[in-house]
Design a protein around this ligand. Structure first.
Ligand code: PEP
Ligand code: MN
Length: 265
């Protein structure tokens, strides 16, 4: 069981330092699943910033189930994320899938995302552990809490103390109405086990935009340190994960509702 103080992950964004941690305001990360083009990523960045998000998310490298689905624009999308950072002042969180891309992604990203499918990609964990950028470690869809914490330990053991744990839903027996089962119980459980900051992703957790606001509010109620919400300017036209993406107006409404729960944002 855990000893000592909660750890803080401080990230310097163009708009100022943002701290992830138990005794800090809830940090909201928002943006599209994939970076599609400059106009949409810059537009989304400005919109979510105006609503109170502190980080822009968006995939350049996408871990898609089918090899025939859009795989992300790769390196060119990193340049578009840099443009969105410049235009909005938001920090950037983006996924890295391959050890060979880590340095390149770290040049643009303020936080490196390791996706659910790579939670136990040990060479990748060691590599991001050798970087000086914080790491957002998503829980594998079939990862136990212990496996997840041990995966985080790989990053810590490699010398990087700045790890944020993100719950994004796990596989259970019923996937008919939701994409995953969002395990909000991890918040109190992780509090008892680890000092690391916690993030909840109700977008991948439910797979349906209509359920995202309720689960985001629930995540705040159980004490999450941060939230990741997929937002797309036109979800029905999104190249990936449109069904679970809020549009900017829906995101703005959610941010208003979250502020009413009383957790500082
Ligand atoms: C994502 O954040 O777009 C993503 C692919 O998430 P996960 O790894 O949780 O499926
Ligand atoms: Mn996605």
């Amino acid at each position: 069981f855990r000893h000592g103080q909660p750890s803080e992950v401080v990230v310097n964004t163009p708009n100022g330092a943002v701290t992830f941690g138990e005794n800090h305001p809830v940090v909201v990360v928002a943006g599209p699943c994939s970076v599609e083009n400059e106009d949409m990523i810059v537009k989304t960045a400005k919109a979510v910033q105006a609503s109170g998000a502190k980080f822009l998310r968006g995939g350049a490298y996408k871990p898609r189930t089918s090899p025939y689905s859009f795989q992300g624009h790769g390196e060119s999308a990193l340049g578009l994320l840099a443009a969105a950072r410049e235009a909005s002042g938001l920090g950037i969180i983006t996924e890295v899938m391959d050890t060979a891309d880590v340095e390149k992604v770290a040049e643009v990203a303020d936080v490196l995302q390791v996706g659910a499918r790579n939670m136990q990609n040990f060479p990748l964990l060691k590599k991001v552990g050798s970087q000086d950028k914080p790491v957002l470690l998503k829980r594998g869809m079939s990862g136990t809490i212990e496996e997840w914490l041990m995966a985080a330990e790989y990053i810590l053991a490699a010398g990087n103390p700045n790890v944020i744990l993100c719950e994004r839903g796990i596989r259970t027996f019923d996937r008919r109405y939701t994409r995953n089962t969002l395990d909000l119980s991890v918040v109190p459980v992780l509090r008892s086990l680890t000092h690391l900051p916690i993030m909840i992703d109700p977008s991948h957790g439910t797979g349906k935009s209509e359920y995202v606001p309720a689960m985001a509010k629930g995540a705040l109620a159980v004490g999450t340190d941060s939230l990741m919400i997929e937002v797309h300017p036109n979800p029905s036209k999104a190249w990936s994960d449109g069904a679970q993406s809020l549009n900017p107006a829906e995101f703005d409404e959610l941010m208003g509702d979250l502020s009413l729960i009383g957790q500082p944002l």
